[in-house]
Design a protein around this ligand. Sequence first.
Ligand code: GDP
Ligand code: GDP
Length: 436
Amino acid sequence: MTKPTVAIVGRPNVGKSTIFNRIVGERISIVEDVAGVTRDRIYSSADWLSHEFNLIDTGGIDIGDEPFLEQIRAQAEIAIDEADVIVFLVNGREGVTDADEQVAKILYKTKKPVVLAVNKVDNPDMKEMIYDFYALGFGDPYPISGSHGLGLGDLLDKVAESFPETEEEIIEDDVIRFSLIGRPNVGKSSLVNAFLGEDRVIVSEVAGTTRDAIDTSYVHDGQKYKIIDTAGMRKKGKVYENTEKYSVLRALKAIDRSDVVLIVINGEEGIREQDKRIAGYAEEAGKGVLIVVNKWDAVVKDDKTMNKFTTDIRENFLFLDYAPIAFVSAKTKQRVQSLFEKVTKISENHALRIQSSVLNEVVEDAVARNPAPTSKGRRLRIYYATQVAVKPPTFVVFVNEPELMHFSYERFLQNRLRESFGFEGTPIRLITRARS
Ligand code: GDP
Ligand code: GDP
């Protein structure tokens, strides 16, 4: 199901990132630490009671050298474009400011629900601070305190109440859903055009919460594919579209809805920090990944160039060691058709189910070759393993004491599973549990 998106908007220093971190809580990911994303994180999944949603801190999207008012205007527009519900945050200690009014003026233009939250109401005596804010015209203001974690429950109740009716996104099993992700100008739209060439194309609006997303369905060699969010690749000419953060945001939404993600890199320019960041999200989301080096026609090469580029990718995307790499040109169409075969294979691996008996043979054999570690005289004992999920393949290993499972041994087991079953292009997850 497509998760609704909530965006926090407001002028600087009202507490947007504080609130964002409060709501997102302890979702700290190892992958993101590796990719250096945590520092300036502006997008995350979150949940409240039984509701799951994506949260955006628009304050983290800066659009270059534009003046202050342009910045907050663009942030409000992004919220209107990307969110299903907008949290308009103000500072209770300062009353209504001109900048708040500017934000309000932009938010008047949307029909999407706007919930007004007055931050820095750090104790109940301060509640009268909220009355000024009725003047903004967004109904009852919700008093909250980001630093003390007060009032967030009531605010989130209101937000969840405002979520649009979710239309279940119909996911057909026989369709492979993929997206092309990458920085502006790496050639994503050119690749889509190169793909689509002679195939039958159906463009469809996506129902439900991501109304502005457009997917493209088509059939190639008898296999049905859907390219997720082709709209995100087309530019509408807005100021913020070429900013790095906005393109990441757009990419993250598409990643969520894909089985396989094609991370497109510009072969002429090599790997950039943002490429790694996006890749980190794809891995964290558990998607199949294909790394596509485009514009290969424009690269001056000798017989070592491809190897060198491969080494570079492996060094920069350590956590994506399972992802195959394709060197292509959207311009000359060199190897573009071969991408289908790769996407199909990755999608199969992503949904692969291993029979329990076969799985346990592999695990037993692995343990026989490389006995489990001991710690303070106690040895890890592995009883059995079972696959609990696909997309990505997820295994639970039942043991005597989970604390004895070390990262390196887990890695060893994962590698043995890969050697035995392939899994090229898909992450696999291993969970250690005590046998009850
Ligand atoms: P942003 O620019 O809107 O993202 O604001 P920040 O989250 O960076 O917060 C700006 C300042 O306000 C920081 O110094 C925070 O510690 C402070 N702040 C945030 N929330 C609260 C709150 O609920 N009460 C008080 N007293 N200070 C807060
Ligand atoms: P997007 O922003 O990632 O969708 O990138 P575009 O598809 O708009 O391409 C950006 C620019 O790169 C355009 O000028 C394309 O003509 C050019 N381009 C795209 N693919 C290739 C390629 O394979 N080789 C060369 N030489 N140029 C390309």
